[in-house]
Design a binder for this molecule. Structure first.
Ligand code: G1P
Length: 298
């Protein structure tokens, strides 16, 4: 069984759900507390054993590459000022993984974005991280999928149950759940953003995948689907018939950081790790929900 060493992060999207913030700033650079959200993704990749990350970028995304590069001038000034803890934080992004980028010249869909990374992936299994989906879990979400890949030898997608009325916003998979762990799913149908009445289940695909390199052949044969875009889900549906496909109802909390509400909730979630920030937030909420009286600042 080949080791999963590489990952693709498609980051060429325009971030329209976040305008006007994303007019001149890549949405992946919007911070979760004090880190760009894409850093959380690359940290998850590194913690899952990924050694090389390929970011699929587009116009206006160069700051992402800068963030994962070294910054000798800044590092030197922090060193001279004796700010060792901050220096470590600044150097960390450049030390997580080996990084490569490739441009997607036209917005032809997620499937097309993955295809852009083909020559850099070659003939080995790889992970895909959609940067809008942030997952907070004890065992990194991608690691959970890689373990399933190593067990089953098929491609694997992350799954989570959603309310039925939300099924039209996701890829939806159906299949049989392994009674042994209650999490591994042998998928027998997968469809991109079905109408609510047509959804074959309520198991939604979340943006983590481990893919057999054969997916590239299926992607080249995939016609534009939903939204007139080349959909990864459609290629997976075709590959499932020939080679099987598993899902994994992962352990952890997922936040849709591409949506304003989900992004703010993600900030609250990660803010809990810093007691000083968290106690200020709790105090704010208590005051504004009338739980405690507002402090008199006269
Ligand atoms: C993409 C996928 C979809 C998946 C979703 C998860 O859709 O195409 O199958 O359920 O990510 O976030 P998008 O949200 O990019 O339209």
């Amino acid at each position: 069984m080949a080791t999963v060493r590489k990952a693709v992060i498609p980051a060429a999207g325009l971030g329209t759900r976040f305008l006007p913030a994303t007019k001149a700033v890549a949405k992946e650079m919007l911070p979760i507390v004090n880190k760009p959200s894409i850093q959380l993704i690359v940290e998850e990749a590194a913690a899952s054993g990924i050694e090389q990350v390929i970011i699929v970028t587009g116009r206006g995304k160069t700051e992402i590459v800068d963030h994962f590069d070294a910054h000798p001038q800044l590092e030197e000034s922090l060193r001279r000022a004796g700010k060792e803890a901050l220096l470590r934080e600044v150097m960390r992004p450049s030390q997580l993984v080996k990084l490569a980028t490739v441009r997607q010249q036209r917005p032809l869909g997620l499937g097309h974005a993955i295809l852009c990374a083909r020559s850099l992936i070659g003939d080995e299994p790889f992970a895909v991280f959609l940067p809008d989906d942030l997952v907070d879990s004890e065992r990194p979400c991608a690691r959970q999928l890689i373990d399933v890949y190593e067990r089953t030898g098929t491609s694997v997608v992350a799954l989570m149950n959603v309310p039925r009325e939300e099924t039209s916003s996701y890829g939806i998979a159906a299949g049989t759940v392994d009674p042994m762990d209650g999490r591994t799913v042998r998928i027998n149908a997968i469809v991109e953003k079905p109408a609510v009445d047509d959804a074959p289940s309520t198991m939604a695909v979340v943006g983590r995948y481990v893919l057999d390199p054969a997916v590239f052949d299926y992607l080249t044969r995939t016609n534009p689907g939903r939204g007139d875009e080349i959909q990864l889900t459609d290629a997976l549906a075709a590959m499932m018939v020939d080679r099987g496909l598993h899902g994994y109802l992962f352990e952890g909390d997922r936040f849709d950081a591409g949506d304003v509400t989900g992004y703010l909730l993600a900030n609250l979630n990660w803010a809990r790790r810093t007691p000083r920030i968290w106690s200020a937030i709790v105090r704010y909420v208590e005051e504004h929900s009338g739980k405690v009286p507002k402090r008199d600042k006269r």
